[in-house]
Design a protein around this ligand. Structure first.
Ligand code: XMP
Length: 537
């Protein structure tokens, strides 16, 4: 669990929440206007990789975002829409009156064309996938240092058939003359492809050129500068108040605890509700790090029995989630009430939890009730202290490294709030938890031992409610089946199954069957998300 409030059940993943920075002395920044592209967050991550601060705001909030952020450059994202479609998202004219450089990506480029006299037509067929582009020798600063030809990732239906007034073509493919366009006098650019995705060669360099060379941003968004500014801000905000923080064992809450502790020392009170559904040794490791290494005030509540009793006989995954979520809040709330003078609830909420793509079609269907923010602070009458509201997970990891948190915790895979309960595909019992913890432990230690752990986004074991026949020695067995799951992913929204080496998988399977009593069969999950999800429940 990476955020205390992940459990709470607010339907709908897609929502638009704006936050505007306050009291924070940010470095130079880039504004990314979101038109609903699935890649918008990737654009932000790529920009931040160049140590330039950026924020995503919905296209229809541009005026306010510009006023507060005072960006040095603006990026217009892609979109599932066509500029000619009824109700297509178009930005306020004032975006183009700021005088700062503008980069339109895919739909963003078509917005420039549509608004400034170019021509956008539907392509004969959707262009999706790789294309080779050739750069013209124009000396464009956007393309500085890039080779004459390289491969890019396209995903669009419409394309440009005439550039807007003042724009020159600076790159083309065999079929499309206007793959990159530029108006050097206004420093406006359009790219038809997606430089933010890894399949676009030199995409990251192109974005760097836009934010650093063209927009002139200093590259001062670093872990060190973040820690310094944030700790000062937390001190100012909190004053003499007490802060409560729910630890989960995950990366985000652990790093948040250490950062907040840097700022306010013993005014921070950590509470760790151990529901007994964690990975093997996880609770002890959290205690060791938080209490022994960082000397942070920590209350550990062993609530194993309570959770087990309430979960007894429950097989429906959503019901499991609700029970665990509610109990967690109750236990946490009761403990938090004991902290005198508590006014704040510290949380490891991340940027993707805060800002999601603009929804034009209303809330999306809830697939699983998680990734949700809200509820607890109102119930407890606390103000939220969320130092990572602006950060992506990889940035939190960098902060964690900088703060000296052990790599074993900082690099830890995401772990769902309901823990092993949703990896036991039947009712939860102490024996099943123990068995799954052992299996998971073997898998994870082997992954770590072979250096594969950091190459996967998430890896774990699932206990199926299926027994099958086996033979051990001369004996017939009728035991449990476990499934190993390992995926690669950028953000957990989509994922591919990890192509782990067969010999490695074989060795892990042998160890599990030999060492874990009650398991006689191991399977490996080779489904991707979508259509499968990462977890089984
Ligand atoms: P799915 O299974 O939806 O998972 O592909 C995507 C990511 O979310 C995690 N996950 C959860 N996290 N509470 C959480 O805090 C939950 O109920 C929950 N369910 C799934 C999952 O581990 C993966 O990282």
């Amino acid at each position: 669990m990476d955020s205390l409030l992940f459990f709470l059940d607010v339907p709908g993943r897609i929502f638009t929440v704006l936050f505007f920075r306050q009291n924070m002395n940010h470095p130079d920044s880039i504004l990314i206007l979101d038109f609903g592209s699935q890649y918008t967050q990737l654009i932000a991550r790529r920009v931040r990789e160049h140590q330039v601060y950026c924020e995503i705001h919905p296209f229809n909030q541009a005026v306010r975002a510009i006023e507060i952020l005072k960006p040095k450059g603006i990026i217009l994202s892609g979109s599932p829409f066509s500029v000619y479609q009824e109700g297509s998202p178009l930005p306020d004219q004032s975006v183009f009156e700021t005088g700062v450089p503008v980069l339109g990506i895919c739909y963003g480029m078509q917005v420039l064309a549509h608004l400034f006299g170019g021509k956008v037509d539907p392509a004969a067929r959707r262009e999706f996938g790789k294309a080779r582009i050739t750069l013209k020798k124009t000396g464009s600063r956007l393309l500085s240092g890039l080779p004459d030809q390289f491969q890019v990732w396209m995903s669009h239906g419409d394309h440009l058939t005439a550039p807007p007034a003042g724009f020159l073509p600076v790159a083309s493919t065999e079929n499309a003359p206007y793959v990159i366009i530029e108006d050097p006098s206004r420093k406006w650019y359009g790219v038809q492809f997606h430089p933010e995705v890894v399949h676009s060669e030199f995409g990251s360099d192109l974005l760097r050129n836009f934010v650093v060379e063209v927009s002139g941003c200093r590259q001062d968004w670093t872990p060190e500068s973040f820690i310094q500014t944030k700790t000062e801000e937390i001190r100012r905000q909190v004053g003499q108040d007490q802060v409560i923080l729910g630890l989960s064992g995950g990366v985000d809450s652990t790093v948040a605890a250490v950062l907040i502790h840097e700022a306010i020392g013993d005014q921070l009170n950590c509470i760790f509700v151990d529901h007994g559904l964690l990975r093997k040794n996880e609770a002890e490791e959290v205690e060791r790090t938080i209490r022994d290494q960082f000397k942070i005030k920590l209350k550990v509540i062993n609530a194993h029995d309570l959770f087990l009793t309430e979960l007894a006989g429950v097989t429906d995954p959503e019901k499991k989630r609700k029970i665990i979520g509610k109990l967690f809040v109750d236990v946490f709330d009761a403990e938090a009430k004991k902290v005198q003078g508590a006014r704040w609830l510290g949380q490891g909420t991340l940027y993707p939890d805060v800002i999601e793509s603009v929804s034009f079609k209303g809330p999306s269907v809830t697939i699983k009730s998680h990734h949700n923010v809200g509820g607890l602070p109102e119930k407890m009458n606390l103000k939220l202290l969320e130092p990572f509201r602006e950060l992506f997970k990889d940035e939190v990891r960098l902060i964690g490294n900088q703060l000296g948190i052990p790599a074993g915790i900082v690099q830890r895979h995401p772990f769902p709030g309901p823990g092993l309960a949703i990896r036991i595909i039947s009712d939860v019992t102490p024996e099943k938890i123990r068995l799954l913890q052992e299996v998971d432990h073997i898998f994870i230690s082997e992954l770590r031992g072979k250096g594969f752990y950091d190459q996967t986004w998430q890896a774990f074991a699932v206990l199926l409610p299926i027994q099958s026949v086996g033979v051990m020695g001369d004996e017939r067995t009728y035991e449990n089946t476990v499934v190993l799951r390992a995926v690669t992913s950028v953000d957990g929204m989509t994922a591919d199954w990890a192509k782990l080496d067969y010999n490695f998988l074989g060795a892990v399977s042998n160890r599990i069957i030999n060492e874990v009593k009650g398991v006689n069969r191991v399977a490996y999950d080779i489904s991707s998300k979508p259509p499968a999800t990462i977890e089984w429940e």
